[in-house]
Structure formats: C-alpha cells, structure tokens
Design a binder for this molecule. Structure first.
Ligand code: SF4
Length: 374
C-alpha cells in the first residue's frame, strides 16, 4: 500500500511563522494544476503499481482549489494509479475558505477527511500570526463541516507562542476539545530564520517563549487530551479511537509515497526525491517533460536514522526486533549506557520496544539526538 501527497503552494497571505513553500501570487494556479496533472502521468510508475490507500492535499492552502481543479487532480490520479476501495482522502483547509458551498463541493469530490488550521482561539495571537481568520470563524467552520456530513475532522493548534501564558493556552485547549472533533494535532511554535518571526527575533521584536512555560503547556496538552478520550499516538498527534491519520501513520511506518507539486518530496523505500520549491520553474520543467527534483539515494544508516527519528515519536516506539531484522543493528547492545541512564531518569521504558515516557516526551529531541547512528 502507498500514499500520494499533493502540495498546493498558494496562500491568501503569508503567516508570520510559516516556513513551508507557498506563494501569494495566485494567478499561476490553473497552470500549476495542469502541471501537477502532467506530473501525475510522468510519475505513474514511481510506486511500482502499489495500491493507493491515502491521498493528502497539503500546502500551502489546498482549500483554495476550485471544484474543477480538485476534480481534475483526483481524476488524473485514479486514471493513472490503482486507488484502493475506500481511500482516506484528506484536504488541509483554512477556516476562512470553509463556506457551506465549498464544503459541499469538497465532500462531493471525494474528500472524506478535513484538516482545519485553527492554530489559536486567541484573536490577538491570530493577528500576530497574520492568519486570515478569527477564532469565531474557526469555530463556525467546524460546525459547518459537521453539518455538511464530515465525520473525520482534524484541527491544528499551536502552543509555545511568545508571551502566551499557561492560563491562555488552557482556554485554547478547552475550546478545541469543545469542538468535539475526531483528531487534534498540536505543534510547538519554532521560530525559523527565513520567516517574519525570524526577522523579528533578530531585532528583538519578539522573544521565544520561556522553555519551562512551553514544557508546562505540553504537559497540560497530554493530561487534558488524555482525560478527554484522545490517544497520543504520535508526539504531536491525538485521536479518538480509530481516527488516527492513516496518511501520516504510513510515513511513520516507512511506507512508500509519491509527492506531487513544487516543494513536495517522495520516498520509494530506497531514495528520497525533492521537487524544486519554485512554482514557475516547476511549471516550466514539467511542461518540458522533466521532473525538477533532487534524488538522494539512502544508505543503510540514513534509513536506520529515519526509522529511529520517526518511530521514537510514536506511542508504540522503536521495535528492537524490527531494527535488527531490517537494518542489522543491535540497538540495545550499541546504546547500553544511554538506555540505562534514560531508564534511571524515568525518560524511557524498554521491553521489546523502546518508548518515551511522559517525562521523556518533554525532552524527545535531545533523547533522539543521542540515538542517531554515525
Ligand atoms: S496558510 Fe499555512 S501554508 Fe499558508 S502561510 Fe499560513 S501556515 Fe503557511
């Protein structure tokens, strides 16, 4: 089984924290959709005939696609790949695009999972982020989506915002739980250099949040969501039973996927392929019958490190047997001292699997760094 990711690199306006590939120049959108359809045809052998079980429209802002554009891309996928019977088809959407009319269109075109970017319920923070919606619009978008019949909805929230208090964040958590969706993704804000926030940080216009406050917010997330029936199946992802994102889970399982569009990347088990992050160069190259990408052949150690980096973040953790069978690597034998140190500190548990404890999740990055194989 395999997945397809389609990157729609357009946004109405630039969020101040965003480091993804996108453009606010929307006039090239029809040409880019044509180019994506051509890329689908050019890449039809990439997944070696594996059935497609998940399709994911990410971005950028895929909810800017018209009904015609969405249908065109989906039809081209089904004409060129063998799509399994009931695929999970996700569309990332911003609340300001979710009119009832758009929602009916998305549903009728085959979208069966929405991932709605709410980010905050505090309008001052939404303004600071330069989001194109208010908290009220976000709440209404979720209730409209439910009325239209969407029964698999994920919502995104950001924590660790500069000057955000624990009390303010607690209100966000209460509001997101009250929406009663099936899935919640919550990410800590990172200030990337090439963003507006990155520039503001250099000039001291904003300061990253105190690490202890961010850690308290993350502890609150884990406690409150667990007591509200959500399972933390990955460090940043929480779901009601049976509503884990199949698409993202397949990344974490190391399954193959094809990424289409500028800035998308693909993985076929042996190599990674990165499409150019430039809309006009992408369109031009695809027009000329070329896929503008860099291909990186993965060594055994690179594959092993990717396995460690992704699996350690999941609830199941790192399988010592799988790591031995797939990569011929004796994880416990190579890391005896580090494992006993982390066990004594209460940061990991070890059985057939190595898993982060609740405390370990708070320092996941530094633990992971110490398990990277040279
Ligand atoms: S809408 Fe999403 S992709 Fe676009 S700028 Fe904002 S965060 Fe980035």
């Amino acid at each position: 089984m395999a997945g397809i990711y389609i990157h729609i690199p357009y946004c109405k306006q630039a969020c101040h924290y965003c480091d993804f590939h996108f453009s606010t120049y929307l006039r090239t959108k029809p040409d880019l959709v044509d180019a994506i359809c051509k890329e689908i045809r050019l890449q039809k052998s990439y997944l070696s005939g594996e059935p497609i079980k998940t399709i994911y429209f990410g971005g950028g802002t895929p909810s800017l696609l018209s009904s015609y554009e969405l249908e065109k891309i989906l039809n081209t996928i089904t004409e060129n790949f063998s799509v399994s019977k009931n695929p999970e088809v996700t569309l990332e959407a911003n609340p300001d695009d979710l009119s009832e009319e758009n929602l009916y269109t998305f549903k009728s075109r085959g979208i069966n999972r929405l991932s709605i970017g709410i980010q905050s319920f505090n309008d001052n923070f939404l303004h600071l982020f330069n989001r194109a919606h208010t908290s009220q619009m976000a709440t209404k978008a979720v209730s409209k989506a439910k009325n239209v019949g969407f029964d698999n909805i994920s919502v995104d929230l950001i924590f660790g915002v500069p000057n955000q208090t624990l009390q303010q964040f607690q209100k966000d958590l209460e509001k997101i739980i009250a929406l009663d969706t099936q899935h919640i993704s919550i990410y800590g804000l990172t200030i990337e250099e090439n963003t507006t926030f990155g520039k503001w940080k250099k000039t001291n216009k904003i300061q990253p949040i105190d690490e202890e406050v961010a850690a308290s917010q993350f502890e609150l997330i884990m406690d409150v969501l667990a007591s509200s029936g959500f399972h933390q199946y990955e460090i940043s992802n929480f779901s009601k039973p049976g509503f884990e994102s199949q698409h993202n889970s397949s990344y974490w399982k190391g399954e193959q996927y094809l990424g289409l569009g500028p800035g998308a990347h693909s993985f076929n088990g042996n190599s990674r392929q990165f499409n150019i992050r430039n809309n006009s160069k992408y369109i031009k190259a695809i027009d000329d019958g070329q896929i503008p990408c860099n291909v990186e052949l993965l060594t055994n150690n690179q594959k092993l490190n990717e396995y460690i980096l992704t699996k350690i973040r999941t609830a199941k953790g790192i399988s010592l047997k799988e790591i031995k069978d797939r990569f011929n690597f004796d994880f416990a034998g190579n890391y005896t001292d580090k494992i006993s140190l982390y066990k004594n500190q209460g940061l990991i548990e070890l059985s057939e699997y190595l898993m982060l404890t609740r405390e370990g999740k708070l320092v996941a990055d530094s633990i992971t760094e110490n398990f990277i194989v040279d």
